[in-house]
Design a binder for this molecule. Structure first.
Ligand code: FE2
Length: 337
């Protein structure tokens, strides 16, 4: 079970709880969304003044977005608007918070975890590390970075692009008087936290500052309005494709079928091949450029517990070696971020 649909959720008036686990003592948290199978979650964390933590790592990919205050990481200063992505197993320097700070903290693969260590795990994919002040160090791009595109007036700063899944982490803003009249859905889950501002969607009403959603794939959202401007932090767990339409009554199953019908019309050869018996085997088609990709831990993890992917018939091929391995270490499967 991936994370459930949570929308809208406004966290500002809900209480923080004491974060009483190793590496977080001296902080408080609220759960914004949670995958109850893997423990993957998005938290709002309040680091109290005087918070300190030794260098260390987590066995989950961690993303952090600083909402206010200042977190010292070694000699770096992570202030309001700072974003970091810390790959699983990568050690970061000691943290200290002099006067308090609040941040979104996202564990993508497992429940919150910290282990004291001056060195990274030897398998850590450190090239995935990103750290920047999103308010100062990245330009706004038009929303038509993704096509079919949102209406003009919705801008984006891409902060992280995961090459394997095409998952995105980004800031987006809607300009004052932004409007878009169609209905949208995606093949990916979509997550957002409103840093400032209120916007409106036909299905879910107004989402104000402190508003949050985790929206699984294929759920209708839109039309959209934003009166005075909004800035938000968002993520998807795989490729962001905008499927637009004007039918407010379609359900997620119908939306998925419509997406599949689009593949049927636009890529007929690929569609026919992939659904023909003997070809839709669970470990993927051969790829002459990447002949051993099935053995890649990240790919196995993506497909290890993908619902409906294993069709239960054996074509004489070896099954993935660690079916279900993703349940423990993984979590990069769609909808499992
Ligand atoms: Fe969307």
């Amino acid at each position: 079970m991936a994370r459930p649909h949570i929308e809208p959720y406004v966290e500002l008036n809900d209480p923080f709880r004491k974060f009483d686990i190793n590496g977080f003592k001296g902080s408080h948290y609220k759960v914004l969304s949670l995958d109850t199978d893997t423990g993957a979650c998005t938290l709002k964390v309040r680091f109290d003044g005087g918070f300190k933590r030794k260098p260390g790592l987590s066995y989950s990919d961690v993303e952090i977005f600083v909402l206010n205050g200042e977190i010292k990481v070694g000699k770096q200063s992570w202030r309001e608007g700072h974003y970091a992505c810390i790959p699983a197993g990568m050690a970061i320097e000691a943290l200290s918070v002099a006067r308090g700070a609040e941040a979104l903290v996202m564990f993508n693969d497992s429940e919150p975890h910290f282990e004291e260590s001056g060195e990274s795990h030897h398998l850590a994919l450190e090239e995935g590390y990103a750290s920047l002040n999103t308010y100062e160090d990245a330009p706004w791009a038009p929303g038509n970075l993704v096509t079919p595109s949102v209406a003009s007036g919705c801008l984006i700063k891409v902060l992280r692009y995961e090459p394997l899944t095409e998952a995105l982490s980004f800031l987006y803003c809607m300009t004052p008087r932004f409007m878009q009249d169609n209905i949208s859905y995606h093949d990916s889950a979509e997550e957002s936290y409103h840093i400032w501002g209120t916007s409106w969607m036909m299905q879910f009403g107004e989402l104000p500052t402190g508003g949050y959603f985790w929206r699984p794939a294929y759920i209708n959202h839109g039309s959209f309005r934003c009166k005075y401007g909004t800035i938000a932090f968002g993520r998807t767990d795989s490729k962001l494709h905008n499927y637009f339409h004007y039918n407010p009554w379609s359900n997620p199953k119908e939306n998925l079928l419509r997406a599949a019908a689009q593949v049927y019309r636009q890529r007929p050869l690929l569609h026919d091949w992939s659904v023909s018996d003997g070809h839709n085997h669970p470990h993927g088609p051969p790829d002459f450029q990447h002949p051993h990709y099935h053995d890649d831990a990240h790919v196995r993890d993506l497909h290890g517990n993908h619902p409906g992917h294993d069709h239960g018939h054996d074509h004489g091929h070896e099954k993935p070696k660690s079916k279900g391995a993703g349940k423990k270490g993984g979590g990069k499967a769609r909808g499992k971020r």
